[in-house]
Design a protein around this ligand. Structure first.
Ligand code: GLN
Length: 482
């Protein structure tokens, strides 16, 4: 019964082959049995999920038909859930219970979904391994000595280990796509503005985007349909209505020009990842698509520019955690002392590093040299993609330069950790949609994903191609866990 897709569960619920209550119990039992090994969840909403399941069953019997009625989902713990602790895996928000739902949560609830729990992440979504969580690291279901990636490592691991029917994550520089690759699940970062950021705890607002992590591309299309679309509470949300993603998946796909950036397949890419990706490209060719080389000349500057822009925005966004309005407060001699002690004890090392880097980059006299320069580089990257999309309909790149690494392997070296995102960061910088799709395994059976990138607002095309490749590859994505 395990490892069914979200759409399969939805069909079983609709046909009343299973009740929402049974489905919730199925997941609660798996969480009790398997999550002590994986540690994907920070909070499991056991009682609340049961109550919601009862309500869903009542509505299902009444013949109500909602897109996600009775489907249990896991949510990254930086997305606000009314009445349910939202910690960002940080001591400073350890006991924060939001008085409101994020737009995506409102929409999931209106579609009938059940909130199963909140998943682990790197503190404030800063990291690539989930080891920066202030509480505990999450482990990779394919090999529990390895990391699940990050920062949405809890969501990716929960989907891979079948501890939920689907999940949401957030992606500022790769935090959905890189953990999806480490855990062998589908992860999608939509076009910037497709999904409302209202109620997503801000890290770097010009880059942050919420997206699904699921077992199939069709499941991702369904979740995006529910959470996406205009929202007047987020001024950066696209005003145009969304297409019907699931319907778009059903349409026949005409032959596409697939651009392979030569800069993305050079040094730094593990040979095993390269081998798996090359096989996937051959499969794409067999489907009738054309592979052609393109160039993204400024690709290598995306990472350094990101590590100016993202920390600069973070230093400003995180200024609100001062021990006064909400969250953790330390005792101090006076106001300034209280601020200092609250922030020194409440934030972990990586978050402090980013706040300091960002404050420095924005400080008087340095702004021109750092922040402005980085913004100019960002423009060059946007232009690189525009140029490449004149030659190609989609761009294919690695999702991550390596398969999942071992716990502790990169914790002493922030630069090594940052390099995990060399292929994902440029996509956030340009605001493009990026799909991380499982396409194969290394020799010791660690998953490898391909990244499929489209022009702005071409989310439906990206998903349609992803779904075609997924069908052609027909991988068995069940980790050896039980
Ligand atoms: N790993 C990158 C970072 O640490 C990206 C994180 C993210 O996308 N939230 O900033």
């Amino acid at each position: 019964m395990e490892h069914r897709s979200l759409l399969e569960w939805r069909e079983s619920l609709r046909r009343r082959e299973i009740s929402a209550r049974e489905l919730v119990e199925y997941y609660l039992e798996r969480i009790r049995r398997l999550d002590p090994k994986i540690k994907a969840y920070l909070t499991v909403c056991e009682e609340e999920a049961r109550r919601q399941a009862q309500e869903a069953d009542r509505r299902l019997s009444a013949g109500e038909d909602l897109p996600l009625l009775g489907v249990p989902l896991a949510i990254k713990d930086n997305i606000c859930t009314r009445g349910v602790r939202t910690t960002c895996a940080s001591r400073i928000l350890e006991n924060f219970v939001p008085p409101y739902d994020a737009t995506v949560i409102e929409r999931l609830k209106a579609a009938g979904a059940i909130l199963l729990g909140k998943t682990n992440l790197d503190e404030f979504a800063m990291g690539s391994s989930t080891e920066n969580s202030a509480f505990f690291p999450t482990r990779n279901p394919w090999d529990t000595e390895r990391v699940p990636g990050g920062s949405s490592g809890g969501s990716a691991a929960a989907v891979a280990a079948d501890l939920c029917a689907g999940a949401l994550g957030s992606d500022t520089g790769g935090s959905i796509r890189q953990p999806a690759s480490f855990c062998g699940v589908v992860g999608f970062k939509p076009t910037y503005g497709r999904v409302s950021r209202y109620g997503l705890v801000a890290f770097a607002s010009s880059l942050d985007q919420i997206g699904p992590l699921t077992r199939t591309v069709a499941d991702t299309a369904l979740l995006l349909q529910v959470i996406g679309g205009p929202d007047e509470r987020d001024t950066t949300s696209w005003p145009e209505p969304q297409p019907d993603y699931l319907a778009e998946l059903e349409k026949p796909l005409s032959p596409l020009r697939l651009g392979i950036p030569k800069e993305a397949f050079g040094e730094g890419l593990s040979s095993e990842v390269r081998r798996v990706l090359e096989e996937a490209l051959r499969e794409a060719e067999k489907l009738g698509h054309e592979i052609r080389e393109v160039s993204l000349p400024h690709l290598e500057y995306a990472l350094p520019a990101y590590y100016i822009i993202a920390p600069a925005e973070a230093s400003s966004n995180l200024a609100r955690y001062d021990g006064v309005k909400y969250g953790f407060r330390a005792q101090g001699r006076d106001l300034i002392d209280m601020y200092k002690k609250t922030r020194s004890r409440g934030f972990g090392a990586e978050v402090k590093r980013r706040i300091m880097l960002g404050t420095y980059a924005l400080s008087a006299g340095y702004y021109e040299a750092f922040y402005r320069k980085a913004s100019q580089v960002r423009t060059l990257i946007i232009r690189d993609f525009e140029e490449a999309f004149r030659q190609a309909d989609l761009i294919l790149m690695p999702a991550s330069p390596t398969p999942a690494f071992r716990l502790g392997e990169k914790t002493d070296d922030p630069l090594k950790m940052y390099l995990s995102d060399i292929y994902t960061i440029p996509v956030n910088m340009a605001g493009l949609p990026g799909l991380s799709l499982p396409v194969g395994f290394t020799e010791n059976r660690l998953p490898v994903n391909l990244q499929i990138i489209g022009p702005q607002l071409a989310d439906a095309l990206v998903l349609a191609f992803g779904r075609a490749l997924e069908a052609a590859l027909a991988l068995d994505l069940k980790p050896p866990l039980e």
